[in-house]
Design a protein around this ligand. Structure first.
Ligand code: S3P
Length: 446
């Protein structure tokens, strides 16, 4: 796998109208979970539409290192899982590269095993906080034998002989933390409860139920979710068709809105309500997005999206929507840079601990390209320049963050002057087809 030793810059320039129909790659969250749950469950799992990004492939490698058999036949991934409770001790450290989801969910998955597992990652992942996952695992009896300062990777876990079920209230809006505890519960006797005051993406709950886990979700009068999962279930292999990633669809979507004359169709995007906050926000800004051919496949809502160039206006984004569009703020900020008036985004504390400090990275990128913005501790306010006049001409530091790279390349497509990002390599972690799909629509990216 590419170690991304040498940064590779890319430049996007004002483009002719974007047009055409594209299918974005499979959803990253569902792809990670497909490899993990397929590798764990007894028998065969078959996956189509899997995202073959570097992050997901590393999760596949980790599952292989713990006993799963994974191979690709034609367009399908076929997994022979080990059976719940039967993962093997990996002989070498598990290298998750840039992937927060892969590493944090796997810590939950293997933490309660009576074995030693070491987790390593790239410079970005090694800076990210892992205490949020280690804290509940410690309560379940997991020992953190070694960790870098502040509970960071590289780190080594050692599970107990028998883990203890807990009731855990997730202290931040994080699907990764919720999921890590639910996965730890799979190898723990008794009932584990995860209390989720703010709902986040629910792929773990839905998919575990599909693989045969007994899981009950109750939402109380305050809107707090109580997820109870029975330990040590029998999980059996499934057939999964991974829907298109709405977080990847966001880039061609915003590009089509910003480049005058554009008319683009994005096929097969996941429309799970915990993932559609960006579409809601763009519609409020006046975006011309038609949601076509709504359907349900494998328990998930999907649709095709027709997106046409639109004059956008600034809005105040409700902070309560943040968990449903958390990965989309960088590209929303780009849309806001072309909108009339001010766009106010608040409740963004989690953006500080993504692949980069995304709040700061976005603010610096906007400033470098002539867009006026104010960065607060948990907020960002962007003052737009309709038509893109005066926007561009700068170089953006991506800090090993794929979404920063793609967001500012989208910005360059409608800006007055070209925009350069210092490194395009990380795009391959989540959206390897980005450059081909975008240039196929008519985007000028070199
Ligand atoms: C993810 C959860 C989110 C999101 C990430 C994928 C998941 O992270 O940003 O890209 O698949 O569970 P947090 O749980 O840290 O919010």
């Amino acid at each position: 796998m590419n170690a991304h030793a040498t940064p590779v810059p890319a430049t996007a320039s004002r483009s002719q109208p974007l047009s055409g129909s594209i299918k974005v790659p499979g959803d990253k969250s569902i792809s990670h979970r497909s490899f993990m749950f397929g590798g764990l469950a007894a028998g065969e799992t078959r996956i189509t539409g899997l995202l073959e990004g570097e992050d997901v492939l590393r999760t596949g490698e980790a599952m292989k290192a713990m006993g799963a058999r994974i191979e690709k036949q034609g367009g399908e991934w076929i997994i022979q899982g080990v059976g719940n409770g039967c993962l093997l001790e990996p002989v070498a450290p598990l290298d998750f590269g840039n992937a927060g989801t892969g590493s944090r969910l796997t810590m939950g998955l293997v933490g309660t095993y009576d074995m030693k597992t070491t987790f390593i990652g790239d410079a970005s992942l090694s800076k990210r906080p892992m205490g949020r996952v280690l804290d509940p695992l410690r309560e379940m009896g997991v020992q953190v034998l070694e960790a870098a300062q502040g509970d960071r990777m590289p780190l080594t876990l050692r599970g107990p002989k028998r883990a203890t079920p807990i009731s855990y209230r997730v202290p931040m809006a994080s699907a990764q933390v919720k999921s890590a505890v639910l996965l730890a519960a799979l190898n723990t006797p008794g009932v584990t409860t995860v209390i989720e005051p703010i709902m986040t993406r629910d792929h773990t709950e839905k998919m575990l139920a599909g693989f045969g886990a007994t899981l009950e979700v109750e939402t109380d009068a305050q809107g707090v979710r109580h997820i109870r999962i029975e330990g040590e279930p029998r999980l059996t292999g499934q057939t999964i068709a991974v829907p298109g990633d709405p977080s990847s669809a966001a880039f061609p979507m915003v590009a089509a809105l910003l480049v005058p004359g554009s008319d683009v169709i994005i096929e097969g995007a996941l429309m799970n309500p915990t993932r559609t906050g960006l579409i809601d926000t763009l519609l409020e800004m006046g975006a011309n997005i038609e949601i076509l051919n709504r359907r349900n496949a494998g328990g998930e809502d999907m649709a095709d999206l027709r997106v046409r160039h639109s004059e956008l206006k600034g809005v105040t984004v409700p902070p309560a929507r943040a968990p449903f569009m958390i990965d989309e703020y960088p590209v929303l900020a780009v849309a806001a840079a072309f909108a009339e008036g001010e766009t106010v985004m608040d409740g963004l504390e989690e953006l500080r601990v993504k692949e980069s400090d995304r709040l700061a990275a976005v603010a610096r990128g906007l400033e470098a390209n002539g867009v006026d913005c104010t960065e607060g501790e948990t907020s960002l306010t962007v003052r737009g320049r309709p038509g893109g006049s005066g926007i561009g001409g700068g170089t953006v530091e991506t800090h090993l963050d794929h979404r920063i790279a793609m967001s500012f390349l989208v910005m360059g497509l409608a800006a007055e002057k070209p925009i350069t990002v210092d490194d395009r390599s990380m795009v391959a972690t989540s959206f390897p087809e980005f450059f081909d799909l975008m240039t196929g629509l008519g985007a000028e990216i070199a």
